[in-house]
Design a protein around this ligand. Structure first.
Ligand SMILES: Nc1nc2c([nH]c(=O)n2[C@H]2C[C@H](O)[C@@H](COP(=O)(O)OP(=O)(O)OP(=O)(O)O)O2)c(=O)[nH]1
Length: 153
């Protein structure tokens, strides 16, 4: 058995997992990448939880939906673009406990869609270079995802 001091940062940072009463919330998110290699992020509007933070497009899964189906739907509703499940490549996922819920969120990458990205819900959108995403404050769950996205791009 390893000595506690040999186990590294992840051991020191945590406690043994125990079940909690927090609801598990399934959200699907996507990094849209344009032909210049820039990534689309959207600012959460005033009045919503985590208002002002920047996030990847996406949203909660409806009952019976797969993450891919939810994203095809959300991209049409939120951004007015059309894509296909086969154009969504899984990259990573977040499993993150917020105060009042636990978020399980796969992040996909999408480079192919039809139509022009349009903020259909009044949200502020930005195309950002991977090296600059860190300039935009994002929800806690997104921090490790951004690092993995930067490695990919
Ligand atoms: N779309 C998206 N949601 C994210 C990201 N990171 C993150 O923690 N979330 C959280 C914020 C929300 O609590 C939830 C997404 O919910 P939603 O987009 O369907 O609905 P909402 O904003 O009305 O959510 P809420 O106010 O009910 O919390 O996931 C992200 O990068 N993209």
């Amino acid at each position: 058995m390893a000595d506690e001091t040999d186990l590294g940062g992840c051991w020191a940072a945590g406690e043994r997992a125990t079940a909690t009463a927090k609801p598990l919330v399934f959200v699907a998110a996507v990094a849209l990448i344009d032909t210049d290699g820039r990534v689309l992020i959207a600012q959460r509007p005033p009045g919503k939880s985590m208002a002002g933070l920047w996030e990847f497009p996406g949203g909660k899964l409806d009952a019976g939906e797969t993450p891919e189906q939810a994203l095809v739907r959300e991209l049409e509703e939120e951004l007015g673009i059309d894509t296909r499940e086969s154009c969504l490549a899984p990259l990573a996922f977040a499993s993150h406990s917020y105060d009042d819920f636990h978020l399980l969120m796969p992040l996909f990458v999408c480079r192919i869609w039809q139509g022009t990205v349009t903020p259909r819900e009044g949200q502020v959108l930005k195309w950002v270079r991977p090296a600059r995403i860190g300039d935009y404050p994002m929800p806690e769950a997104d921090v490790p995802l951004v690092a993995q996205l930067r490695d990919l791009l």
